[in-house]
Ligand binder design. Structure first.
Ligand code: PMV
Length: 339
């Protein structure tokens, strides 16, 4: 039996803009996905509520089929066909992920995978697909006595993320894999992933579930891509500049500026059409008490990041609106084997 866990992630700033080559700052969070794996003749997923079993050949051919759809989506710059397939059955993501890992690691044997996740399912914004991709890669490698470096795990997880989201930046899997605070920039031939060592613990942040998403990450990214360039580009650029300024402000422990930048990011993301009524309402109430709040990840619902020096006031404000603040550490350890 091998037990592996990886943390979820939250964008402090830079989501969506990161898809267009701007930087992002992404923090791992204290909520983890834990996988307990053991040998099996097939691929079995158990999550406490349900059990799903697939033949090894089935997951491999499903992953091959998804790869083909990805290639044609990439050529057309439209992944709708792939998204249709991935959404047609709830288990398709796990099936594809297992197939991709077996293929990448050239493994022909099966695994029984028990999933214990602290990350609420189906909310969005905490990288639930990335954390699963990262932990599954390490777990299956471990079960087959293959030692993978973090870079190798990250590379396989990125390939899984591409099938799930079409054309993701790779930032989510990097944060879940390496942990800590990550400065991330999409780049060729490989993405820039640097630890952002600020030398102190981030405090007075809380995470809020603003409600389940109706659109997937891939669909929300595609929505932004379809906005006219003259409308989209200035907002993407503004988010990029704000991300660089956030790095300086974090290094200087200047939370007055950090707050302004979080609120600026929320404004720009709302203008890109990925905010919701709930997110706008929570963000306004947090601003009204002198704090800052923004949506996280693709938006369209999902988790938000809120900050206020007076944390009690912050949690009280959120609760009064009928939402539950989640207090958790930011910048925790990345993927690891648990004993
Ligand atoms: O919503 P999430 O947690 O899947 O995050 C998506 C982040 C985006 O910047 C919108 C997309 C990406 O590929 O980086």
């Amino acid at each position: 039996m091998v037990t592996v866990s990886a943390p979820g992630k939250i964008h402090l700033i830079g989501e969506h803009a990161v898809v267009y080559g701007e930087p992002a700052i992404i923090a791992s969070v204290g909520l983890r996905c834990r996988l307990l794996v053991q040998n099996s003749g097939s691929i079995i997923f158990r999550d406490g509520k349900s059990t799903e079993e697939f033949g090894i050949g089935d997951v491999l051919s499903f992953a091959d089929n998804a790869d083909l759809l990805w290639k044609s989506g990439f050529e057309k710059n439209d992944f709708s066909g792939l998204f249709e397939l991935m959404k047609s059955e709830k288990s398709n993501f796990k099936k594809m992920a297992a197939g991709k890992v077996l293929k990448a690691l050239k493994i022909k044997s099966g695994a029984e995978i028990r999933i214990e996740s602290d990350i609420p399912a189906g909310v969005g914004g905490m990288g639930s697909s990335a954390v699963f991709a990262v932990s599954l890669t390490k777990a299956i490698a471990g079960l087959n006595s293959k030692k993978l470096s973090l870079d190798e795990i990250n590379r396989v997880a990125y390939e899984i993320e591409k099938i799930q989201h079409g054309n993701p930046s790779g930032g989510d899997n990097a944060a879940c894999c390496y942990g800590g605070l990550v400065w991330f920039k999409r780049s060729s031939p490989s993405n820039i992933i640097e630890p952002l060592n600020i030398g102190y613990e981030l405090e007075n942040f809380v995470i809020v579930n603003s409600g389940s998403r109706e659109r997937t990450t891939g669909e929300l990214v595609q929505h932004v891509r379809k906005l006219g360039e003259s409308y989209r580009n200035p907002r993407i650029k503004a988010l990029g500049v704000a991300t660089s300024e956030m790095r300086d402000a974090l290094r200087k422990h200047d939370f007055g500026t950090v707050k302004e930048l979080i609120n600026l990011a929320q404004r720009n993301l709302a203008e890109l059409g990925v905010s919701t009524g709930n997110i706008d309402k929570i963000a306004k109430s947090v601003r009204d008490i002198g704090g800052a709040a923004k949506l996280c990840g693709a938006g369209g619902g999902g988790f938000m990041l809120c900050y206020c020096e007076d944390k009690k006031k912050l949690t009280g404000t959120i609760k009064k609106l009928g939402f539950e603040p989640i207090e958790t550490a930011l910048g925790v350890e990345g993927v690891r084997t648990d004993r």
